[in-house]
Design a protein. Structure first.
Length: 352
């Protein structure tokens, strides 16, 4: 054997080139395609002129659904960790933190704070237990869905569900969910949550009755000139088959603007109330906590220092809320993002 042949025989096999695609990219793309197929399958019930837009948007919505599905467990874990650390605080210090937050965010989330107080009266602990039960059923569906996506019964190297057409995939996934969840448990927990929410909504509608009335009045005043001056102009610009939508859309726009104005006024009122209430709570609980720990000799009943601290933090919190336009500055807005959605949903529910 020649030297060249011996080198060739003893040479190590060439290593395959490493893939430049990020880990998990293929799985995400496959899962996104499945969601897109489900959306396309469901779009059959949509109007014929709307369906092409749904089909075009399906891949984007599918990929967004994948990332939301991936993010939800991490978000839940993060907030659970925050609540766990918060629960470890002494009760007095915990109330002081709540009062401090009310000074700076009471006008930002008036509906959420009112809903929380009403929810506590309407069975808050039972609602948390129901939510945990439903989350357990949701996790069961996630596990079953992952296992279903890996099945290859015909052994052709492709997942069985990837070979289904959109309609068959919708039916298949519907059957999977129905077979996985416990219908009795889901029905019971949803009924408990819905009953509690009805009680909360009734309380909120009474509490924010003036806001609703003001919103309706502003909406009527806005739609009057809009109907006479703006609606004819827009109707001329819209095709004949879509003209019936013009008054409906304008009414909703006027209502949205009116609700925004009414809720801004409510935010100002709630800001004053929450700042005074939260500031005095913060001052009193802080002084009592320091007295309990031996840092000071007096408690909140022996001095006016707690009132001074409370009014001072109330003024700072009120001006801070006005300065940021009843919004949450970056990066705190990322932390409070779920509350923004909750606040928007509550405002819509109360005004609907």
């Amino acid at each position: 054997m020649s030297m060249k042949q011996r080198k060739s025989a003893g040479a190590a096999p060439a290593k395959p080139e490493a893939s430049t695609a990020p880990a998990g990219t293929g799985d995400k793309k496959t899962e996104a395609d499945r969601y897109a197929k489900i959306i396309i399958g469901l779009s059959d019930k949509a109007p014929e002129k709307v369906r092409p837009y749904i089909v075009k948007a399906a891949p984007i919505v599918g990929m967004a659904a994948v990332y939301i599905r991936i993010a939800i467990p991490h978000i839940v874990k993060f907030y659970s960790m925050c609540l766990e650390q918060f629960a470890k605080l002494p009760m007095g210090l915990m109330r002081a933190v709540v009062g401090f937050c009310m000074c700076f965010f009471g006008g930002v989330f008036p509906g959420t704070i009112a809903a929380y107080e009403a929810w506590s009266l309407c069975g808050g602990k039972e609602a948390v237990a129901s939510a945990k039960e439903l989350w357990g059923e949701f996790e069961k569906v996630l596990v079953a869905n992952k296992k279903d996506g890996e099945e290859d019964k015909d052994g052709d190297g492709k997942s069985d569900i990837d070979q289904l057409d959109p309609k068959e995939l919708v039916i298949h996934k519907t059957k999977l969910v129905l077979q996985t969840v416990d219908p009795q448990k889901v029905s019971k927990q949803i009924s408990l949550l819905y009953t509690g929410w009805i009680g909360v909504l009734a309380t909120l509608k009474i509490q924010f009755a003036r806001t609703v009335t003001l919103g309706v009045a502003i909406g009527d005043k806005l739609y009057g000139p809009t109907q006479h001056y703006i609606e004819p102009i827009i109707s001329k610009m819209v095709e004949e088959e879509y003209k019936q939508w013009v008054p409906v859309v304008l009414k909703w726009i006027c209502k949205a603007v009116a609700v925004s104005i009414a809720w801004w006024i409510q935010r100002v009122i709630s800001a004053f109330h929450s700042c005074i209430r939260g500031g005095l709570m913060f001052g009193r609980e802080l002084v009592d906590y320091m007295h309990e720990k031996g840092y000071v000799k007096f408690d909140s009943d022996d001095t006016f220092i707690d009132e001074g601290i409370g009014w001072g933090i109330a003024v700072v919190g009120l001006f801070t809320q006005f300065y940021f336009g009843f919004g949450v500055p970056f990066p705190l807005n990322l932390f409070f993002l779920p509350l923004n959605f909750v606040e928007a949903f509550i405002a819509w529910s109360v005004n609907s």
